[in-house]
Design a protein around this ligand. Sequence first.
Ligand SMILES: C[S@@+](CC[C@H](N)C(=O)[O-])C[C@H]1O[C@@H](n2cnc3c(N)ncnc32)[C@H](O)[C@@H]1O
Length: 252
Amino acid sequence: MGTSGSVLQDASMDIESQGAERPTHNYEGALMAKHGDDTEIKAMIARPGSTNGQLFEVDILFPKVLEGTVDTWGIDEGMAHLLTGLVRALKPQIVFETGTHRGRSTRAIAEGLVANKFGHLWTVDPKDYGLMSSGAIREEEKEFVTQVIGSTPDVFGEEPLIDLQGIEMAFLDGAHDGEGLSRDLEYVDAHRADECLVFVDNARDGGWPEIERLFDAYETYPHLSFPTLSGTEIVQMCKKGKLKHSHEYHTI
Ligand SMILES: C[S@@+](CC[C@H](N)C(=O)[O-])C[C@H]1O[C@@H](n2cnc3c(N)ncnc32)[C@H](O)[C@@H]1O
């Protein structure tokens, strides 16, 4: 494997000391690469010199290198924090996800459930990328997650999703075509709790124009678009009439 298309763009490494006893090391480096690039990365760290505090690069794995194919399909770390925080803030009993992939968003949701000490996530993907064996999900998170291998909408007619009821939060990152996403939204609507927040990835993404078009015309429930990495649409599914705590339901 080579380094085609990969550039170590920001090798500047920043070391912050937070108090004399526990220095924290914050290395900021970004590998600019396209999805699918083969890459070869050395494990460079900055070691502060003992004489003048200068930073010296040390390859801590020399002569080994990390080789692999770049996979940028996972959500970004900011979105991962957001998902974990949403789970902690909303305290859902039932969470539903499409597009497990390697499990970055699954892990983020599972971390929130573990922090809450209750709730369960059902996550669907046609391919098993090793969610339960790769380390994506840690031991203590596994009991909070059920992995379903299959493609939506086909899996909606099968166990366990055919009987799933009471979805309070959903993260949709599976089907990226208009028809497929519509079917996913319809499934969530038919299997949700009285109120359910649905987060849809790639809602402002030129690579998936049908998602933006779908929401341009979507009038079933109130929805908002946020300028995250690929755009996130948030749909507030609720009973028509009044929401709990007297917030008026209306279509934007
Ligand atoms: C962008 S990736 C998801 C990334 C993941 N959410 C993460 O943060 O790591 C999209 C995934 O959706 C899956 N997918 C595509 N069509 C699907 C469908 N109809 N039902 C479920 N998953 C689907 C693909 O196999 C792929 O793994």
